[in-house]
Design a protein around this ligand. Structure first.
Ligand SMILES: Cc1cc2nc3c(=O)[nH]c(=O)nc-3n(C[C@H](O)[C@H](O)[C@H](O)COP(=O)(O)O)c2cc1C
Length: 195
């Protein structure tokens, strides 16, 4: 089949979604939704992540050089879509009551409802025009205990935790079912009064 040239886009190239958890200057937990996340190798497995433009998450990471990356599942998707379409600057996310715990190794907020969470320390910031790449050391990985069970296969575990993919500004289930457009799915999340 012949090909058409298009501009810079990652349409039709699915990405995994993470909620990055950070503390602000008052020690309040903040979460934002991110997909420009992949892996690197430097003596051990590491993470590379890109944040574009001005974000609360970016400010918070610069303050302490640490953040958590919490895998987004179908159960978390309405909340994740809200967090990805609501800037932290301005305080609109401040009154959210999310079930969190602190990382075991780093001072980062971790979402209890996410089955896999990385505790990440930024080793190198690479500033660009208005974006920034962060090369990170994985200081710890927190996985739900059920993921260590040997009587359940990895495919069964993946179906059970149901991670979400994104491309073409839409969300897709692990099995490829359409879960809705960015900014649409958050209607299934009820925010506390006053937000
Ligand atoms: C599906 C999705 C993926 C996103 N991925 C990224 C990303 O990888 N990098 C980025 O800079 N912003 C990304 N965003 C935008 C941020 O989530 C958004 O700007 C959010 O409001 C940031 O929250 P904060 O201000 O609390 O940091 C994404 C948004 C959506 C809906």
């Amino acid at each position: 089949m012949s090909k058409t040239s298009v501009g810079p886009t990652n349409d039709f190239c699915p990405q995994t979604l993470f909620l990055y958890g950070t503390f602000d200057d008052q020690g309040r937990a903040n979460f934002g939704l991110f997909c420009w996340f992949s892996y690197l190798w430097d003596s051990q497995l590491g993470v590379m992540a890109c944040i574009g433009g001005s974000k609360q998450t970016r400010d918070n990471i610069h303050r302490r050089n640490v953040f958590s990356a919490n895998l987004v599942t179908e159960a978390l998707l309405p909340l994740a879509d809200f967090l990805g379409n609501t800037p932290g600057h301005g305080g609109a996310k401040r009154n959210l009551k999310l079930e969190t715990e602190e990382g075991r190794v780093l001072p980062v907020p971790v979402l209890k409802a996410s089955p896999v969470a990385y505790e990440l320390e930024v080793k190198q910031f690479i500033p660009m025009d208005d974006g920034e790449v962060m090369l990170c050391r994985i200081r710890n990985v927190l996985q739900d205990e059920g993921l260590a069970r040997e009587d359940i296969s990895d495919p069964e575990k993946m179906n059970a935790i149901a991670p979400v993919h994104t491309t073409c500004r839409r969300y897709f289930s692990w099995s490829g079912k359409d879960l809705g457009a960015w900014g649409e799915v958050m209607s299934g999340f009820s925010t506390p009064a006053g937000i």
